[in-house]
Design a protein around this ligand. Structure first.
Ligand code: 13P
Length: 349
């Protein structure tokens, strides 16, 4: 590997593999910004509140939910920088063998040439920030880029945005490894628009191929890298969505990964993207069942491990119980959702 000493490379590879093993374990994403987690509390029935109160309750939520994280199903948790560096909650997780990760990307800014697509900020001071995160216990990080996806007639994504996102992710991944932190590159292809499944597959493939093309130029160590993609699927405004089955999604997803993710990549961990918990479990389970049933001669039998890095699909119900003050029910629903993900990632759900 061009950029890494053997000892750094070895640690990156070991961490990346630990996040995907034993088979079935996956990641819990809790790196929402303060605004986003506050909005989830309010949607779950909390009154909206002011500065200090909000800070206290999100600290309490994080602390409570981390204490309930089941390490038999969850290998790693992604923290918002405030949670890691100010609340200092990493040790709750590391003490039970759960690997701590950190959100590395900053906020979005519209691309001047295409205002419905977004640049992701945060590369300037990234090395310093990830070194600080590592000192606080983080061993992996993530960087999400949004990718618009409409029918060809509506014209998104633009090639300009795909180029920008791929280059940004590759720079991020190389700097994360420089800091000794495993990168998770996250191309989040939206499904709010009118793209059909074929279009979503095409956009996923173009986006992901470009990312790994740029990663190669930046000397990213693939064996010490994970990818966190969306499931290719028809958009919410596509009439074909209602007729699409989880088996269709599984075949589309296996095809995209097989065609665009180099086999050296340590693992694929899907985002849930606002899918309900049963649907997010169903997609992951159908995908792993398809892979399990593929003959040795099929390229699907040689895919990297396919697991989860879910946020909303893991904690949606848990937040509602916590807001009502029922910590036992909160713990149970997190456990149930995490066990479901673990079974789905083995194709046993
Ligand atoms: P969701 O699973 O809720 O989409 O969250 C995963 C994530 O980290 C999105 O960036």
């Amino acid at each position: 590997s061009p950029n890494h000493s053997p000892s750094v490379a070895k640690e990156l590879i070991e961490t990346a593999q630990a996040l995907l093993s034993p088979r079935g374990r996956g990641i819990y994403a809790t790196d929402e910004s303060p605004d986003v987690i506050e909005a989830a509390f309010v949607a779950a029935g909390h009154n909206s509140s002011s500065g200090d109160e909000m800070l206290k309750r999100r600290k309490d939520w994080r602390e409570t939910v981390y204490s309930a994280v089941p390490s038999e199903y969850i290998s790693g948790v992604i923290l918002y920088p405030e949670t890691l560096l100010e609340f200092k909650l990493g040790p709750i997780l590391t003490n039970k063998g759960v690997i701590v990760g950190v959100r590395a990307n900053g906020e979005l800014a519209p691309i001047p040439a295409s205002p419905f697509e977004f640049l992701v900020q945060g590369l300037d001071d990234l090395l310093t920030k990830l070194q600080a995160a590592r000192a606080a216990g983080a061993r992996f990080s993530k960087w999400r880029v949004p990718i618009a996806c409409t029918s060809p007639a509506l014209g998104l994504p633009t090639q300009t945005s795909l180029d920008v996102q791929a280059e940004t992710l590759a720079i991020y991944a190389s700097i994360s490894q420089q800091a000794g932190v495993v990168p998770i590159v996250e191309p989040d292809v939206e499904f709010s628009a009118d793209a059909d499944l074929a279009r979503s597959i095409e956009v996923h493939q173009r986006a992901i191929r470009l990312i790994f093309d740029r990663c190669a130029r930046h000397g990213v160590l693939l064996e010490g890298t994970l990818i966190k993609p969306s499931y290719p699927q028809p958009g919410l405004k596509s009439p074909s969505r209602a007729k699409t089955t989880s088996n269709d999604i599984a075949l589309a997803t296996a095809t995209v990964i097989s065609n665009s993710v180099p086999s050296a990549v340590a693992g694929v961990v899907f985002l849930s993207g606002g899918l309900s918990t049963p649907v997010a479990l169903d997609f992951l389970s159908a995908l792993n069942k398809l892979v399990n049933a593929s003959p040795r001669s099929s390229p699907f039998s040689r895919l990297p491990p396919l697991s989860f890095s879910y946020g909303r699909a893991l904690q949606g119900e848990a937040i509602r119980h916590w807001v009502k003050g029922d910590r036992e029910a909160m713990k149970e629903s997190l456990l149930r959702a995490a066990k479901g993900c673990w079974l789905a990632a083995k194709g046993e759900l």
